[in-house]
Ligand binder design. Structure first.
Ligand code: GDP
Length: 297
C-alpha cells in the first residue's frame, strides 16, 4: 500500500506523544527528529525535509502548542497542515483555452504512464464534461505506443490522429491539429515520446512541439515509484519546457511517498491528478489535504 511505511512511522511517533500533558522543548525536538527520519526514509528530497521540519518545529515550539490543553493533537494538526501545504494546499484545475480546442501535451520518461494517462484524461473529460477529445499519437519511437493509443481510442470511442512511426512528430502534431479544427474537437491530447532518461534531442523535439501547438497544459507524468528521482526529473523537464502541472502515477502501488511530497516544492508546479491503477477510470483529481490525511492515517 502507498505510504505504508511513512504512515506507520508517523503514527508511532505521534502515539508516543499522546497522553502527555504539557510538552517540553525536548519532547518536540525528539518528535521532529523522528519525523525527519521518517520523511527521509520515505525518500523525500533532503532540502524539502529540512525546510518542512524547520517550519513544523518552529510552529510546534510556539504558543499554539505550548499553551494548548491538547498539545499532542496540536502537533499532529500542524504536521497535517504543513504536509497539505507542501503538496500545494488546494486542488488545481486543468487550464482551459477560451476557445476550442484546449490542447494538452503529455510529457515524461518512458514507462512513467504517459500513454495510459492520456487515455485516463480523455475518459475523465468525456465523463465530466461530455467532451469530444482527439488524441495525437506523437510517440513515434516506441512502435507499440501508437498501437497502444489506438487501442485506448477504440475502448473510449475517441479518435486518434496518427501517421504510424515513420514521420516527424512535429509534422504529425501540425496535421493532427488541423484535423481537430476540422472536426471541432474541444480537447486535443498529444502523446509524446519518452526516453529512459532526459536527453537533449528529446527536449529539442518537445520544445518544437510546444512552440507549434502552444498547449494550454503541459502535464509531466511522474512515476511515483521512483521517489525523489521523479522530482528531479520533473525539475529537468520544467527547466526546458515550463510544465504547467504534474500527474503522479502508480499511487496504487507501494510507493513510499518521496515523489508526492517532493515534487511540488522542487518544481513549484501543481500536482493536478493522480493515477491509482492501470484501468482507464483510475484517475483522480489530486487533493493535497486528502493525501495528507491518507499519510497521517
Ligand atoms: P509511457 O511509456 O509513459 O507511455 O507509459 P505507459 O502508459 O505505457 O505505462 C507504463 C506501464 O505503467 C503500463 O503497464 C501501465 O499500465 C502502467 N501504469 C500507468 N499508470 C498506472 C497507475 O496509475 N497504476 C498502475 N498500477 N500502473 C500504471
Amino acid at each position: 500500500m502507498a505510504f505504508e511505511g511513512l504512515s506507520e512511522r508517523l503514527q508511532k511517533v505521534f502515539s508516543a506523544l499522546k497522553g502527555k500533558g504539557k510538552l517540553s522543548d525536548e519532547d518536540i525536538r525528539k518528535v521532529m527528529r523522528e519525523v525527519r527520519m521518517a520523511l527521509l526514509e520515505a525518500d523525500v528530497n533532503f532540502d524539502v525535509v529540512k525546510k518542512f521540519v524547520k517550519t513544523v518545529r518552529e510552529r510546534a515550539l510556539g504558543a499554539e502548542v505550548m499553551e494548548s490543553l491538547t498539545p499532542s493533537q496540536q502537533v499532529i494538526k500542524i504536521v497535517d497542515e504543513e504536509l497539505t501545504k507542501l503538496m500545494g494546499q488546494e486542488a488545481v484545475p486543468l487550464n482551459k483555452s477560451p476557445h476550442i480546442p484546449t490542447i494538452i501535451m503529455m510529457v515524461g520518461l518512458q514507462g512513467a504512464g504517459k500513454t495510459t494517462t492520456a487515455g485516463k484524461l480523455a475518459n475523465y473529460l468525456k465523463d465530466k464534461e461530455k467532451a469530444r477529445p482527439l488524441f495525437i499519437a506523437g510517440d513515434v519511437y516506441r512502435p507499440a505506443a501508437v498501437e497502444q493509443l489506438k487501442t485506448i481510442g477504440q475502448q473510449l470511442d475517441v479518435p486518434v490522429y496518427d501517421e504510424g512511426t515513420e514521420h516527424n512528430p512535429v509534422d504529425i502534431v501540425r496535421n493532427g491539429l488541423k484535423v481537430a479544427d476540422e472536426n471541432k474537437n474541444d480537447y486535443v491530447i498529444i502523446d509524446t515520446a519518452g526516453r529512459l532518461e532526459i536527453d537533449q534531442q528529446l527536449m529539442d523535439e518537445l520544445t518544437k512541439i510546444k512552440a507549434l501547438a502552444e498547449p494550454n497544459e503541459i502535464l509531466f507524468v511522474a512515476d511515483s515509484m521512483t521517489g525523489q528521482v521523479a522530482a528531479k526529473v520533473a525539475q529537468g523537464f520544467d527547466q526546458q519546457l515550463d510544465i504547467t502541472g504534474v500527474v503522479l502515477t502508480k499511487l496504487d502501488g507501494d510507493t513510499r511517498g518521496g515523489a508526492a511530497l517532493s515534487i511540488r516544492s522542487v518544481t513549484g508546479k501543481p500536482i493536478k491528478f493522480i493515477g491509482q491503477g492501470e484501468k482507464l477510470d483510475q484517475l483522480d483529481v489530486f487533493h493535497p489535504d486528502r493525501m495528507a490525511n491518507r499519510i497521517l492515517g
